[in-house]
Design a protein around this ligand. Structure first.
Ligand code: SAM
Length: 265
């Protein structure tokens, strides 16, 4: 496995002021929820390079947030066009402001709505041959996820790679093993007063910054009412990926319910 150079670089903040503070807080908060985050990103990018047999030419990061995964990809694959897509205009702008010149092309898109690919440049040299996503698909219902898998498959060339890093409990929906693994993963999430910011605490902290108010309002409109998280099981991911057309699907890394799922088009 490559040293996690790219993932480590992804945490360096170039700006200062509230944007730099918020970007650093975001990284702390993400790492508190997913302690193996740097390892996961390294495993995922290793899978992309090994399976393609070369560096990707154009990589798309779905649910990019501030672009942590996308920046790690740029650091590891400097010749690659990297596009990060997210529904949240605040997080996209946070990434632009905190990491100017990182080479990541950021676009707004909502995976819940067909047509999200319209925002992604993918003609000619930008033809996407790798798609990655981290801690995002648990915001999508299984139906929407299955559609997104189909849309990703249709974009990728034969042999192109999709890597999904997320909470993917092992087994099927009724698996006791899966429930056990998920409970262990959720128990490790930070709680109020544990030192690391929780999800509501992070958003309360950024809401206290007047400069962020317009983009946070745009975020609320874009997201709409918050849906509950959906922890789609490994068997269901595999079935949805296979039904979408992927011909080779497997989990290459796991720690309890945290997993790196890879699919080859
Ligand atoms: C936990 S964050 C992870 C961000 C980034 N992948 C990372 O690892 O740092 C989940 C991301 O998914 C995005 N997201 C949630 N629902 C989405 C949707 N329907 N379309 C696009 N992005 C979405 C959120 O805005 C957020 O940036």
């Amino acid at each position: 496995m490559s040293a996690p150079v790219g993932a480590a670089r992804a945490t360096e903040v170039a700006a200062d002021g509230p944007w730099a503070w918020a970007a650093a807080e975001w990284e702390t908060f993400q790492a508190a929820y997913v302690p193996e985050r740097a390892t996961q990103l390294t495993v995922a990018l290793d899978a992309v390079r090994d399976i393609l047999g070369r560096e990707p030419r154009s990589l798309l990061d779905l649910g990019t947030g501030t672009g942590s995964f996308a920046r790690a990809a740029r650091a590891l694959f400097p010749g690659c066009t990297v596009t990060g897509l997210d529904v949240d205009p605040f997080l996209l702008e946070l990434g632009r402001r905190a990491y100017p010149g990182d080479g990541v092309h950021r676009v707004v898109g909502d995976l819940r709505h067909p047509g999200w690919l319209d925002a992604v440049p993918r003609g000619g040299a930008d033809a996407v041959d790798a798609v990655v996503t981290a801690t995002t698909t648990h915001w999508l219902s299984l139906d929407v996820l299955a559609r997104v898998y189909g849309e990703v498959w249709a974009v990728l060339p034969r042999g192109g790679v999709l890597v999904n890093v997320d909470t993917v409990p092992p087994g099927a929906a009724d698996s006791a093993v899966g429930r056990h693994a998920l409970a262990r993963t959720l128990r490790r999430h930070p709680s109020a007063g544990s030192g690391a910011p929780t999800w509501p605490e992070f958003w309360r902290h950024v809401e206290a910054v007047p400069e962020f108010a317009p983009l946070l309002a745009a975020r609320a409109t874009a997201l709409g009412p918050r849906q509950p998280r959906v922890f789609v099981r490994e068997v269901e991911h595999a079935a949805a990926l296979t039904a979408a057309g992927f011909r080779d699907v497997g989990t290459v890394w796991r720690s309890d319910a945290s997993a790196v799922v890879v699919a080859v088009a």
